[in-house]
Design a protein. Sequence first.
Length: 220
Amino acid sequence: MGVRHRVVECFSSIQGESSYAGLPCFFIRLAGCNLECSYCDTAYARDPKSGEELEEDFLLREALAAGLGLVEITGGEPLMHDGVPGLCRRLIDNGLKVLLETNGSFDVSVLPDGVVRIMDCKCPCSGEAGSMDFANFARLGKADEVKFVICGRSDYEYALKVIGDHGLVGRVGEILFSTSSGAGKDLAAKLAMWLIQDKMPARLQIQLHKVLWNPTDRCR
């Protein structure tokens, strides 16, 4: 029997976040998360026993058959799974561009070269700021991205301090800011103004998939 992965869902959609937003992408959502963020919008993937065990060969065939060239591995928290680096390697070796979204609490250096690491930095409102592995910032490179989810002004100021303390400007490929799930348009507009006023070299992102489709739909 080959390598298997606990998968909640896999589907083709439009990439909704990061600098890759708007691009057609094949998603592999793995089961289980070690954090319980206050604004989690994929709570159905938190349980490590959710989904089903799928052969890695099957996932590779599905990713190739999608014909999109871009794959994101997400969760849950993908780096809870020891087999994920190997899955990433196989996807890359078969000519696919691989993004991996992680909550920042696991060592990202286990991932092979060529993977774009999109790492959340948990702000205080998430309830999980203390779970961050801050050593990860030194493990990121210019192809990688750091995301801050903002619930209010205090989170924004926390993010600015982290960016300064770890010298992220110019060292990672993109710094991303977004508002928490369900925060609404008003906070997004305030965040945009804060970024403009502070001349932050960062990207404001709106979850594009939630603009296009019903936010409660699982596969979008």
